[in-house]
Design a protein around this ligand. Structure first.
Ligand code: PSV
Ligand code: MN
Length: 429
C-alpha cells in the first residue's frame, strides 16, 4: 500500500544509498555474529513494531506565546491522514493514527475510515478532549471536567468520552485514552479527596460503555494547566484508579509527564509488575512536558525504558503494548520530526534487544556494578542504523527517510492546494 508516496520515487532515491548501506550492513552482521545474535529475528522485530501517530502532531504546534504555521500544513483530519501515509510509506512502522475528539470531529466516520484505509492507515486509540471548551458546548470546563464539583458538568464530560468510544467503534479503534487537565491553581481551590472520588465515579460511568475488546488508558501528569494540584498527578494515583476501575483500565506513561530527574524506567518496571502498564506516549523533554522530539535530548533514557519493556516481554510479564508518539512540532516540519522520532524509537528498541539479559542478571547477582553498566552501554553504543535501514529497504521503504522526503518537495506541492486561513492562531495545539 503506497498511496501517499510514489513507490518508484522511493526506489530511485534508495539507489543512491544502496552501495554504502550494503558495506555498513556487512560490517554490522560481522560484528553481531560474534555476539550470537539472530539478525533475522531482529529484522522481524523491526518490521512488526507499530507506532501510532498523533493526529494533532501532524499540524504545527505552538506555545502560549504563539504559533508559526508551517508551509502546506494539513487543515483537517483527512489531510492529516494523507501526511500519516507519507510517514508510513517512508518508514513502514507507523501505520496507524490516534485521533483526538472533538478536534477531529467529522460528519461521516465511515468515510473517514475508508479514507484512512486507502492510505494504509488504521485507527489506534481515540483521545478525548475535555480540557478545552468547544463551540455550542452547554457547560464550561474552566473549573474541571470529570472532577468538576458540578454534577451536570461531570456528566457532560462523561458523555463526551462515551461519544469518543462510539466514534472509535466506527473507526475500528480498540481503546480510549483519557487525560484530564483537572486540578487547582490555588491552595483551597479544590477538595483533593472529593476530586479524586469524582474522577473514579465519572470514569466508572465511561468504563461501562467500553466494548469487550477495548481498553481504557489513564494518563497522568504532575502539572499544567493546573499548577498547584493536579487530580491524576502521578503513576501511583493512576495505578490506584486503574485498579479500582477494572481489568480493561491500564496506565499510560507519557515520557514528558514526570518531574525533572524522575527515574521513568523504574516507573515502567513497577507498572509492569503491577500488571497495569498499557501504553506510552513518546516524546522528550528538558524541563517538563516540552513535547520535544523523541530521543532528541535523552536517547539513553529511551533505551533504558525499552530495556525494561523487552525484559518484561521476554519473561512473559506483558504480551502487548500500545505505542504512540505525542509531540508538539513548533519549529520543524511535523513530518520530518515524526520520521526522525520513529527512527530514534526503533533504534532504542533494537539496541535494547542487544542486551544479554542472562548476563545482566548474573552481573547483578555478583554485584558487578561496572560490568552491568558496561553491558548496557555496549548495547546502547552499538550502531544499529545499517540493520534498520536495510530492513526498511527490504520492505520497500526508504533507506534514508528524511532525505527521500526532502526530494519529494511534498509540503511545497501541498501548499498549492492547502490554502491556509491567515488568522493569527495563538496557543498550543
Ligand atoms: C497532555 O499534555 C497530553 O500529553 C495528552 O496526551 C493530550 O491528549 C495531548 O497531550 C494533546 O494535548
Ligand atoms: Mn500525552
Amino acid at each position: 500500500m503506497f498511496k501517499a508516496v510514489d513507490k518508484n520515487k522511493i526506489f530511485d532515491s534508495n539507489k543512491k544509498f544502496l552501495n554504502n548501506l550494503n558495506k555498513d550492513y556487512d560490517y554490522f552482521c560481522e560484528k553481531v555474529s560474534r555476539l550470537n545474535i539472530d539478525i533475522k529475528a531482529l529484522k522481524k522485530k523491526i518490521s512488526s513494531l507499530n507506532l501510532a501517530l498523533p493526529s494533532w502532531g501532524l499540524g504545527t504546534g505552538g506555545t502560549r506565546f504563539g504559533r508559526f504555521p508551517g508551509l502546506g500544513e494539513p487543515r483537517n483530519i483527512f489531510e492529516k491522514i494523507e501526511d500519516c501515509g507519507v510517514v508510513n510509506d517512508l518508514v513502514g512502522i507507523a501505520s496507524s493514527v490516534s485521533p483526538h475528539f472533538p478536534w477531529d470531529n467529522v460528519e461521516d466516520y465511515k468515510a473517514l475510515k475508508d479514507h484512512a484505509t486507502s492510505y494504509g492507515i488504521k485507527f489506534d486509540v481515540v483521545n478525548s478532549n475535555s480540557f478545552q471548551d468547544q463551540i455550542n458546548q452547554k457547560y464550561s470546563y474552566k473549573f474541571g471536567s470529570l472532577t468538576n464539583p458540578d454534577k451536570s458538568i461531570r456528566q457532560q464530560a462523561v458523555e463526551l468520552n462515551i461519544e469518543c468510544i462510539n466514534k472509535g467503534k466506527t473507526l475500528g479503534s480498540k481503546g480510549l485514552t483519557v487525560w484530564i487537565a483537572d486540578g487547582g491553581n490555588f491552595p483551597g481551590q479544590q477538595n483533593f479527596s472529593k476530586a479524586l472520588s469524582y474522577y473514579i465515579e465519572s470514569m466508572q460511568k465511561i468504563y461501562k460503555f467500553l466494548p469487550k475488546d477495548w481498553k481504557i488508558l489513564l494518563e497522568h501528569k504532575p502539572y499544567e494547566p493546573s499548577f498547584y494540584s493536579t487530580v491524576i498527578n502521578d503513576w501511583g494515583t493512576s495505578y490506584i484508579c486503574a485498579k479500582e476501575l477494572g481489568e480493561k483500565a491500564m496506565c499510560l506513561v507519557d515520557l514528558g509527564h514526570h518531574l525533572p530527574n524522575t527515574n521513568i524506567e523504574m516507573i515502567v518496571s513497577r507498572l509492569i509488575d503491577l500488571k497495569k502498564l498499557g501504553g506510552f506516549h513518546f516524546n522528550d523533554s528538558k524541563f517538563g512536558d516540552d513535547d520535544l522530539d523523541t530521543g532528541s535530548i535523552n536517547p539513553y533514557e529511551l533505551f533504558l525504558i525499552f530495556n525494561e519493556i523487552v525484559c518484561a516481554f521476554d519473561q512473559k510479564k506483558i504480551s502487548n503494548m500500545s505505542y504512540m508518539i505525542d509531540q508538539s512540532h513548533n519549529v520543524t516540519d511535523p513530518i520530518e520530526s515524526l520520521l526522525q522520532s520513529s527512527n530514534e524509537i526503533i533504534s532504542a528498541y533494537i539496541k535494547s534487544l542487544l542486551v544479554d539479559q542472562k548476563k545482566l542478571t548474573n552481573l547483578q547477582k555478583e554485584n558487578d556494578i561496572i560490568g552491568a553498566n558496561i553491558l548496557l552501554k555496549q548495547a546502547f553504543n552499538t550502531g544499529v542504523s545499517a540493520l534498520i535501514n536495510k530492513t526498511r529497504y527490504e520492505n520497500n521503504n526508504a533507506i534514508e527517510p528524511i532525505y527521500t522526503y526532502r526530494e519529494l518537495n511534498y509540503k511545497k506541492e501541498k501548499s498549492k492546494i492547502r490554502i491556509q486561513n491567515k488568522k493569527n492562531n495563538p496557543g498550543i495545539v
